[in-house]
Design a protein around this ligand. Structure first.
Ligand SMILES: CC(C)(COP(=O)(O)OP(=O)(O)OC[C@H]1O[C@@H](n2cnc3c(N)ncnc32)[C@H](O)[C@@H]1OP(=O)(O)O)[C@@H](O)C(=O)NCCC(=O)NCCS
Length: 111
């Protein structure tokens, strides 16, 4: 059986790390574990570029779908994911702590 696979991509701007994305892949299902961009460099398309590159990389490595969790109040992240083809499939009650909050589970099929 193929081993779970973890992958990180970083975005570099002027020699500094501007953002990163992490994902894990088990069989044909991938999970985006985190994505973040330096506050001063937001709204320049860095997270979108990281997410699309990661989706392509995961697809090349056998992923058929990508799942992720996001705080229900995470408007920027939810907009980012919707714009990259993800849609909400369910809610995980009380998933986050400090503060306690529901998670939206989002999914994008890859083909
Ligand atoms: C969410 C985050 C990664 C977005 O990074 P970014 O590089 O600024 O995002 P992009 O510039 O690629 O934005 C892509 C799209 O996402 C949406 N978006 C991004 N930030 C947004 C905001 N503050 N409000 C509303 N929509 C937003 C927009 O649709 C945007 O497209 P547009 O600029 O053409 O309108 C960044 O705000 C961040 O690091 N936040 C803190 C960490 C976090 O919340 N991570 C996600 C947890 S799962």
């Amino acid at each position: 059986m193929k081993k779970p696979y973890t992958h990180y991509l970083i975005a570099v701007s002027d020699g500094e790390v501007a953002g990163f994305i992490g994902a894990s892949l088990t069989l044909d299902t991938a999970d985006i574990t985190n994505v973040a961009v330096l506050p001063a460099l937001r709204r320049r398309g860095i997270a979108r570029a990281l997410l699309l590159k990661m989706a392509a990389r995961l697809s090349e490595n056998g992923a058929r779908e990508i799942l992720l969790e996001v705080r229900k109040s995470g408007e920027a992240a939810i907009a980012l994911y919707r714009g990259a083809g993800f849609s909400e499939i369910s809610v995980r009650r009380g998933y986050y702590r400090d503060p306690t909050e529901d998670a939206l589970i989002m999914r994008r099929a890859l083909d």
